[in-house]
Write a protein that binds this ligand. Sequence first.
Ligand SMILES: [Zn+2]
Ligand SMILES: [Zn+2]
Length: 626
Amino acid sequence: MIALALWIASWAVQAAPGNYLLVDEAALQAAQRKAESQPWAGRVLQQLLSGAEQALRELPPVPERGGQWPHWYSCPRDGATLQTISDTEHRCPVCGTVYTGDPYDAVIIYRVHNRLSRAARDLGLAFRFTGREEFAQRAARILTDYADRYRSYPRHNIYGEDKIGGAKATAQTLDESVWLIPLAWAYALVRETMDQEAREHVENDLLLPAADLIREHKMGIHNIQCWKNSAVGLVGLVTGRKELVDEAIEDPERGFRAQIARGVTADGLWWEGSLGYHYYTMQALWPLAEAARLAGIDLYTDRYRSLFDAPLALALPNGDSPGFNDSAGGNLKSAAPLYELAYARWGEPAYGRLLSHTSRDSLEALLWGLPEVPEGPIVPTQSTLLPEAGYAVLRSPMMTVAVRFGMHGGGHGHPDKLNIVTFGAGRLFGLDPGSINYGVPLHREWYRSTIAHNTVSVDEQLQANKDGRLEHWEVTEEETMLAASAHTVYPGVQLTRTLRLRGAQLQDRFECVSEREHVYDWAFHAEGRLTTSLPLEPRDGQLGADNGYQHIQNVAAAVTDEAWWARWDAGEATLILHFAAEPGTQVFTGLAPGRNPAQKVPVLVVRRRARSTTFEVTHEVSVRER
Ligand SMILES: [Zn+2]
Ligand SMILES: [Zn+2]
């Protein structure tokens, strides 16, 4: 009986006037006051209103068909992202090819759908801030135009097939959810201005069928399911369908609570192991957390909060992420909009400090940003270990080394156990190239290869998609020591990497042990001018035929029995790798794709043929005297 009373109370809150799913009347009034007292908030409101003015004049009509997967928008030959010349012409900036027709044209349509849904949200907010009916009417017309068309869009996936997982306005339930969330907000913001018939049309012919399409596709603990939960939950809240809200929040296999309980590691890192997907998941979660809060359901748990801590723990000194797994990189500051809401809800000073380094020019800052934030550094100066996720960042005043040794991370994981990313003398050296658009072969061939990473490849093969293990971690005043192993990524081979960071030097010992003879390739990628102490001779062709080796070009080679060095110069900064002597060591240099596939990055591959071998390397960074 008490539970029922609470249930009725919470639904009364949802139905109460002044709850708009995204914000309530009190938050809008606070934002209005903020805009009057804080210049940054004033600018965001001004942009919102001028964007809404512009939308009145020049929004495109609701497209006659659904859009396509944005990952198709790359040149299939070289992986470069295409430039849009017109709605039907798409040029590769590298090879100059102009592509026409689908899927490229349909990617432009995908963008139109997203532009319209965001515009509907902004028009709805502009209406609430100004009370101007024409903003509400324009938002309502986007909603009713969609309601006129939505049922007639054929369901299609990224290959154009009518299958579960495909969608109507877009090509995936993921993208459908990203598109639907702002439409649900828009509806909550303006529905009071719509007549009953129009409201029923929007609910029955747009919001509910879209939610049903998304629900039919069932996934487990995954960033995509988090987006779907938010879309379905918001539709449930705005249409008063309790069963949709329950499913989005409470479903034991895939609801919001299950995602937080099983998807967030004890270290606060999202299980997919990529900060790109970590942020993407954070973006997916908050719309439902906030809408639920406005309806009296509290999803703001400590475990949810820990998601905001992991990016801080893993950041490089300039705030960039190490770029592990499928990830386009990204800086802490670009995640500031997420931290605006987090700081408002939890008041954690570290989140506020991050905001103090940003221009606070986001909608999130206007709606939730606290006027006062503490100042101070963002990135920790101490070494950090995420033992469950299997990530560590070794830090000294001169050098930072991010290491990935633990969980693979599912479909977006890379076969790169014991990979290191290094930063010193003010810049990134040891590079993880991250990922590019998934629709091009280069993504699989290079970005998901082992040789693209700063670790050891065995017999020119990919590592298996297995987890590695922490062996030792010790932080003292003078140094940080990490030992980690990967004994299951190659059959019959045990790999152990031991790193000691002290000042400007990293001692790097990579042990490879087997009872059978193998070819061990120790690789390191870094931007800058690469030179070595060896007489390298140019060699024809690529370094190998497959598994990423085919993308290492301009190969030069040498053989040495002695100690030797390799050196990268970039601007004022220098990185020198000193290699201990080992008879019969083969050394290759070459060029391979970097974060941008059009920009080739120098790579060093150190090869040994043996049953067992140990690569003993000292990495030393310095800033050159002028
Ligand atoms: Zn091209
Ligand atoms: Zn990678």
